[in-house]
Design a protein around this ligand. Sequence first.
Ligand code: FES
Length: 647
Amino acid sequence: MTKPQHTVIFQPSGRRGKVEDGATILEASRKLGGSIESVCGGKGTCGKCKVKIEQGRFHKYGINSSIDSVEAIAAHNEEFLTPKQLRDGYRLACQTHIHGDVVIFVPEESRKAQQVVRKEATARDIKLKPAVKKYYVEMPPATLHDSLGDSERLQAALASAHKMEGLKVDYTVLTTLPGVVRQEDWKATVSVWKGREIIGVAAGKKERGYGLAVDIGTTTVAGYLCDLGSGEVLATDAMMNPQVSYGEDVMSRIGYAVKGKNGLKQLQRAIIKGLNEIARRAAAKAGLRRTDIVDMAVVGNTCMHHIFLGIDPRNLGRAPFTPAVHHSVDVKARDLGLKVAPGAYVHVLPIEAGFVGADNVGVLIAEEPYNQDEMVLIIDIGTNGELIMGNRNKLLSSSCATGPAFEGAEIRHGMRASPGAIEKIKIDPKTKEVEFKVIGNDAWNTGTKAIGARGICGSGIFDAAAQMFLAGIIDKGGRFNTGIKSDRLHNDGDEPEFVIARAAETAIGQDIVVCQKDIRAIQLAKGAMYSGARIMMNKLGIAKIDRVILAGAFGSYIDKMSAAVIGLFPDCDPARVVAVGNAAGDGARMALLNTDKRAEADKRAREVAYVELTIEPDFNKAFTQALNFPHQTDEFPHLKGILPEQK
Ligand code: FES
């Protein structure tokens, strides 16, 4: 029996359509484009999906909307909504089912903001040895006396002009070959993959080949369109990972993928559609067509890797966290639904361990710590923190669940790095007055001008914690110093909070604050990173790190001193802390342009020893000590004179 359908209208976007009886408001939003934030992926644990059920007769739409049109799961709603909000018709979109026509208002703070995707390619010296090379051939025309098949004729020409023999021919090449070879009088350019297979043939002389390197992040996806002959990046394109609406972090994605029969398919379709769009846009920027792309290299964390390839990711989420495959994978792009050259392959880089994925291998081959003498710590900060430590003698990797705090989730006024997000904060240690800067506005706020702040993003959260610590608003243990005199310090609620932006400076009409719970979330996230690094140092038997590399787009935007002051990593000379941008994407580019790098990735990924932090006997102690700002017992000689004196 088919279920009844109800009309749903989202405000203020005006998106509307029909959904089946019993669907949640969040599901309706995904279907109709209501753009509701869903940080926890609809599990009812983040409280970010608050919406208001409008009541009354809506003549414009010809419907009556009422709170009786929905049925909410009481427990979750009561956890995140005040009694007044519940009375006013607010509900959690993911925990409320639709049973009648309804008009839903999505308030500003629950609207999914377009993340600012900052993943520029970094200038790197890359030796060129692409997997796909182009060969120009001239064939003798077919005659009654020489009626060799077109494919064999092409092979013979390749053998005589370029000494290439016994090549496999991709089936799609055959489908167009007769027309192509005759189009320019038996002159053609052949794309050959790894010297083994003809993956494309074009009429005439077209010796330039193009490839796309892709970094699939949990939150953002970036593509770099490269000239395979010169290595030049011709165009870059990026977008938010379209899977974000199914859950913010990898665990929610795994949860969604294994839910129902179509979860994995839906997620895979979403990313493939996104990549097709990136390929289209990047090609258009370079004056090309998507089908001019003859090779692709892809990196992503283990979960993104599995979903991209359509592999069930459930085992990644449970001990012993085994991936389906460690080794790199070459797969026909068309088999995944990618609309590049029909014969093209996609090279997916290898995986190191359960949570240390191909993105980390990208960082590894881009930074090459295995060729260095100094002790390097590479930190890739994301929803999941990944660490590599060591040098040419030994390399360790580990991963730690930082939680989404650094990306702005689970923080009272946290948000993604999108316009209006406070990204930099300075606090005067004497007056406790605050200056801040929001994304999309170059001017620093001076406390008077309304600059429309909407929340605080990851880099702002680093600054907030560091600056509050340096100004004595919080102590080494993260506790608020409630004795200080400042009208920005509120002690009246359940927990103390410090006002970063006053209501008049915001677009949400209320103070943007950092509260005790937020500081705790930051401590947990940074403590996970620090303790991971500490355990790796102990394993390597080293007392100091020579260099810290902050990888990941996020690493380029956080303030290095703020990261050092809160204790994201053990002591290191600040001059030797460097941000390298999207090293994972750079690694993908290197693998695209140089097959030796692909071999290097397979070899090095297997050499790195993975440390499962949570089973280390001293993990709990290391973690507890690392919760302090910057650490309970470790010394920070390089921060002398910067850190406040502690009693
Ligand atoms: S509580 Fe609804 S999406 Fe997180």
